[in-house]
Ligand binder design. Structure first.
Ligand SMILES: C[S@@+](CC[C@H](N)C(=O)[O-])C[C@H]1O[C@@H](n2cnc3c(N)ncnc32)[C@H](O)[C@@H]1O
Length: 199
């Protein structure tokens, strides 16, 4: 078991889902970005899905959903909710993964935990291994003027321009916005959410 898996399994074992700092009941911003994708884009991979209730919304929107997480604990929780209706992948985005093809990559609050250049390169390599030309990447992270720590871990925060340079010339920015996530304890957490399309 990697230290990353142990950390995240511990986080999910120690707290109720609704008391996790990143918990949100509603997903308006994320859904508005999914609605910008071509209607034919149906296969979604939600990376670092955790125990998000976004999956309920995606199922209702008739997406074919796969979830990937380094935490087996999180995957177990999702499996108890969604059974065999979705697919479950256990993996660490900082390693080279063997992924099927998808139309939409969604990441809320995972990228910002990757601090080393090599980890970020591995993330982009995994993204580009499964999203081909015309496909989308929806990436949501803490904004540069937001919190610098989450779940006891240091963060690398982003704004639109940092996300653009991370993905590089092969991606076109479709839309980005800043917004505030109110965590379960009432704290304000500025986020940036962006949708890119692969050229
Ligand atoms: C802050 S939580 C966000 C969960 C979910 N996306 C949400 O918005 O509720 C970060 C998630 O990313 C997962 N994670 C962290 N590092 C990861 C990595 N290197 N590879 C895959 N998953 C990772 C954690 O297990 C955790 O479920």
């Amino acid at each position: 078991m990697s230290s990353s898996q142990a950390h995240w399994d511990g986080a999910y074992a120690d707290a109720e889902t609704t008391k996790l700092g990143w918990y949100q009941a509603e997903h308006e911003v994320t859904i508005s970005l999914f609605e910008m994708c071509d209607k034919k884009a149906n296969r979604v991979i939600d990376v670092g899905a955790g125990v998000t209730t976004l999956i309920d919304a995606l199922e209702q929107m008739n997406y074919q959903v796969s979830v990937l997480d380094v935490s087996r604990e999180a995957l177990r929780t999702l499996k108890s909710r969604h059974g065999n209706r979705i697919s479950y992948l256990h993996g660490d985005l900082t390693n080279e993964l063997q992924l099927d093809d998808y139309d939409i990559w969604h990441d809320r609050a995972v990228l910002h935990f990757l601090l080393e250049e090599e980890q970020k390169k591995a993330y982009v390599k995994n993204l580009e291994s499964c999203i081909t030309s015309g496909g989308y990447a929806i990436i949501e992270t803490f904004a540069t003027d937001g919190a610098q720590m989450c779940c006891g871990l240091q963060l690398c925060t982003y704004d639109e321009s940092k996300l653009r340079s991370l993905l590089g010339e092969g991606w076109k920015l479709v839309h980005s916005l800043r917004h505030i996530h109110i965590n379960p304890f009432g704290g304000e957490r500025p986020y940036v959410s962006a949708i890119f399309q692969r050229k």
